[in-house]
Design a protein around this ligand. Sequence first.
Ligand code: ZN
Ligand code: ZN
Ligand code: FE
Length: 746
Amino acid sequence: MMQHVRLEIRGLVQGVGFRPFVYREAKRYNLTGFVANTSFGAVIEIHGHDTELFINSLRENLPSGARIDSLDRVSINGGHNLEFEIRSSLEGDGNTVIPRDTALCAECERELRDPRNRRFGYPFINCSDCGPRYTIMQIPPYDRVRTSMKHFTMCDACEREYTDPNSRRYHAQPIACPECGPSLSFMDADGMIIKGDPIQEAVKMLVSGKIIALKGLGGFNLLCDATNYDAIQALRRLKHRPRKPFAVMFDSLQEIHKYTNISKYEEYLIDDAIKPIVIVHAKDSNNLSVNIAPGLDRIGVFLPYTPLHRLLLDAIDFPLIVTSANVSDEPMMIRSKELLGCFGNSLGGIINHNRVIVNALDDSVVQAVNDTTVMLRMGRGHTPYTVQTKKSVTKRILALGAHQKNAIAIASEKNLVLSGYIGDLETIQTQEYFERTIHTFERFYPDQRMVLIHDMHPHYYSTRYALETNYEHHELQHHYAHVLACMAEHSLSQKVLGFAFDGTGYGTNNTLWGSEVMIADVHSYERIGWLKPFALLGGDRAIKEPRRIALSLLFESHTLEEVLSLSSPAVDAFLPYEIRQLHYMWSQKLNAPMCSSMGRLFDAVASLGGFVQTLAYEAQAGLLIEKYVDKAMCEPFEFLTIGEEIDVRPMIAQIIALESSMSDKEEAKRIIASRFLATVEAIISSFAQRYPDLPIVVSGGVFQNRTLMEKLQMSLNHRDFYFQQKTPINDGSIALGQAWWGIYNL
Ligand code: ZN
Ligand code: ZN
Ligand code: FE
């Protein structure tokens, strides 16, 4: 019997070769009708006999990058299409799913290297399965006329592929070739174009130890030889980044194996369709420069993800440092003018091109925890992240996130969308990027901003932004938002036992929190545990100096004279008069705000154990502790739980005794690091045992510690245990948690 059906599909169906796939399937089953992108996904109308077979096949044979979240079908009254066709986009209801950028696919890579192919060596090759998407998109729905590819008119050959349903590039919006598409140039430090092959010119510079810039997918990169100590040192000076690790791009998985010890699962992460940066264990001896990750045994590795990176790696025989072109943690630069103004003189040159980057985007950073993934920075390929919500929101919600690692989120209709990594809202550049991202979201979801949700911290830029608008706004506690973020990723709305362990966040009692144990659902939370508060001596300065945190904890259990006579690396890190001054500060509560942060406790242990006294970058204490952990050593230190307060003074005493009694300091570090992680695990399990029936949720920067997560995954494997795998486990998903609360409460 002849049937007439209309299908509305939501999910990841744009920019992933979905429409050509639908076309081929429709032809296979002799159906007429059409498929079109809409702002919510795609709509298909089919007329014919085998509509059921067609629908089954849609689900079963879906292209690898696509995902169907929902498929709504309605019968319609006939239709008069003679053919099946792909229509240009239909306007829709604003429930937009935005396509994500993917790495160069294997088929395009083969063509790139095939001298007989017309795109041989062409740095902008792409297809229906791969290439730029979000980074070139101005407004949805995703069609060439609404991307920065609109400036390039297709040549006849490209047009034929674009319109041929049997071509790999059927409706590939960024389709291009050397005849009609974007082109590359090489500029010197003054912005003058240098004649010759841009790749070869760049190689000359890299070989001679120079730093070059390259216009990548989501912004400019800075590049140098990863085996050249001095080149990396110059890069560190240029970026004001004295010690923080750099990521290294390798030619192939085989190359990565030479320098690192990676598991099968890590191999899979490194080589997936996104090709993110993956943090892995470096081999003890390798000829990479020690300047890549000073003092650490972990490095971030990745593979070339655009044809341009691929061509460059093919032309050299050493791995490359590839880092965003920015100063410290400012946003990536997307314009060559800006880049020249900032770095010009220090660069050997710039590989530039004329395809405009519309939306800046950093690389994604992930790490493996056993055989699962933890997202550390959500950027290229994972952005924007969309969750389909069961509950439809009546008010549009814009969640503004936190201050560090900011990202924003928007909830509209049945979609919750989290932006990519924006950064720390410390500088004007990052604040502008924050506002630009809000405007991008407003462009994607027009006229829909109604309610704002922000953090409770009065000094956060995101809080001030919310308070300065005329919109209705609500504040939400930081650590509750952490727990909610994990719940959002896993679509949880029931009661959970949540652990939010992080740096510091604003509590409801005007103190800084950061070790929250809570019973929470989507409406409210009850705080049932936290570390006994201690003072941050000197406020923000304490956050950069673990020795100050250690000293503060020592003051909690010793007199000044006792502290002065203690044998401990934390005490040795000060002159006696400094300790007297800090003690005065502590006793008079002068610039010594109280906090209960687990992240700061890591700092204190790092100081007392002699790992580090002053931090060069945020995560350094945790990474150094992790380096020394021996997983077999799992006897926790002692701690007390008095009411809700967890008192770690017994642990501090044990650490001091251990450290001062051992002459082998390296061995002391191993014991302290291992037993400290075991203590954190023991704190978590002591609460977990009290609530045997609740699902367990962990979130917050402390859980970026891979060893801690691996241990928890093992010890809690008999429980419902949730952590974030697709969204950042740190402050990067505070906005997601805020929006999740908004969906249920506004
Ligand atoms: Zn491709
Ligand atoms: Zn062309
Ligand atoms: Fe946090």
